[in-house]
Design a protein around this ligand. Structure first.
Ligand SMILES: [Fe+2]
Ligand SMILES: [Fe+2]
Ligand SMILES: [Fe+2]
Ligand SMILES: [Fe+2]
Length: 431
């Protein structure tokens, strides 16, 4: 069902105040929840954090009294929505279990967006980021087993493969070359704008989660793994947000934030099977339509333009979660040796210049060893090999893919070699 949110009634702001019980009492069962209900919960938490955060930033630089009043009212409402959604996660869901959920969001969302993105350059950027989060899922999966004795499939439920991607040690780039070319706000479709804002919100919240929880474990190598991947998520936020046209006005941005919330909740409503979550998505969709109406009125008043010039007249599919194994495998096979170019483009390892700026970053941060490589060495010591979930064809191709993905420069001395990996992959992993 597609609709024009500006023509829907929604729920007005004065009817959005809820009780503590309503805000905080719902939670899911971690053993029963569908993995894609969990990914929706994780993503929508990120969307709400971004909405709240953006409004605070806007409040600090805005001098229109009516806008400040709208922001003051809705900051509390966005915040309460965030509490309801984030606290759906039960207290017995461990940090690593939640982490696997976060990376499943990144993989399956990015892969879906890449295939539904009208802008080719933006799509290429999604494909690039995809292989990084895919590798994070693999590294964390080893820890979920080593620390909690669980299979990653308890969380990803066989919908997402667990295999290395572009190795994490190579995700550390000079953050200047992470910067991408921004879209042109006058030429770009609202869908591209909403897609980017959705992914930025997800990546930002992933970064925040690792920052707030990575120290929950005493294991030194796991702490460093969280620190390393948190840094990559920082790079992801930098990369994806740089796609946004910086000349968008503040009211345009406000409108796009509310519209992004509407689109994402609409998607949740379309896909959800869990009755408890469904009730939340339906209610919050109506809330967001209420927010959007006010944002649209403010936009008309201060910009003297029609909001449809920015957001169009229909909601989009954004967070449609479904298994993406085939697409990810194909991207992995084609792009494991892809790196950031020096001109806001992309390059293959063999074409990188000797003085490629990221070499310096990579060799500096892994001077004392790379924790994400040590992760694989540690599990191989205990179980003779790493945990991998993929079809046999992909599994058989892994040593070759690893060879393609390794760099000569900027590689940590404790990196698992192709020979070591070949040997390891002949072993069977016994849970
Ligand atoms: Fe919200
Ligand atoms: Fe990630
Ligand atoms: Fe990421
Ligand atoms: Fe909102």
């Amino acid at each position: 069902m597609s609709f024009n949110p500006l023509k829907e009634k929604g729920i007005s702001l004065d009817k959005q105040l809820r009780t503590w019980h309503d805000i905080a009492h719902r939670k899911f069962n971690k053993n029963e929840i569908n993995c894609y209900s969990r990914t929706r919960q994780i993503l929508m938490n990120g969307i709400e954090v971004e909405a709240w955060n953006f409004k605070h930033n806007l409040s600090r630089i805005c001098n229109h009294e009516d806008t400040l009043e709208f922001l003051a009212q809705t900051k509390r409402l966005e915040d309460a929505q965030q509490t309801t959604i984030n606290w759906l996660a039960p207290c017995d869901q461990s940090v690593l279990e939640t982490t696997l959920g976060y990376e499943q969001v990144a993989v399956d969302l990015t892969a879906w967006l890449a295939q539904n993105e009208p802008d080719k350059y933006v799509k290429e950027t999604y494909d690039f980021g995809l292989l990084e989060d895919f590798d994070h899922l693999y590294r964390y999966s080893q820890w979920a087993y080593m620390i909690h004795g669980i299979s990653p499939n308890n969380i990803v439920q066989e919908q997402t493969d667990v295999v290395f991607g572009r190795p994490t040690q190579y995700h550390h780039n000079c953050n200047i070359i992470r910067l991408r070319k921004p879209y042109d706000k006058t030429q770009t479709s609202p869908q591209t704008k909403v897609n980017i804002l959705t992914l930025v919100s997800g990546e930002q919240q992933t970064h925040n989660y690792y920052g707030e929880h990575g120290f929950a474990y005493g294991n030194e190598c796991l702490r460093e793994t969280y620190a390393s991947i948190k840094d990559v998520e920082e790079e992801h936020v930098t990369m994806y947000e740089s796609l946004i046209d910086p000349t968008e006005s503040l009211y345009e941005k406000l409108l796009l934030h509310e519209f992004t919330e509407v689109c994402n909740y609409q998607n949740c409503v379309k896909d959800e099977k869990d009755p408890v979550l469904m009730q939340i998505w339906e209610e919050f969709l109506a809330f967001e339509i209420g927010h959007l109406h006010v944002a649209a009125e403010l936009f008309k008043k201060y910009e003297k333009r029609d909001p449809e010039e920015v957001i169009g007249d229909t909601v989009f599919d954004t967070c449609h979660f479904t298994s993406q194994k085939e697409y990810v495998t194909q991207t992995l096979e084609n792009e494991i040796d892809k790196r950031l170019g020096t001109n806001k483009n992309y390059a293959k390892i063999k074409d990188l210049p000797e003085d490629w700026a990221s070499y310096h970053i990579q060799s500096t941060v892994s001077k004392d060893g790379d924790p994400t490589e040590v992760t694989i060495r540690t599990i191989a010591e205990q179980k003779k090999r790493d945990i991998v979930f993929a079809d046999e064809k992909l599994k058989a191709n892994l040593p070759k893919l690893l060879e393609k993905g390794l760099q000569e420069k900027g590689t940590s001395p404790d990196t698992v070699t192709v020979e070591e990996y070949k040997k390891m992959s002949k072993e069977e992993f016994l849970m």
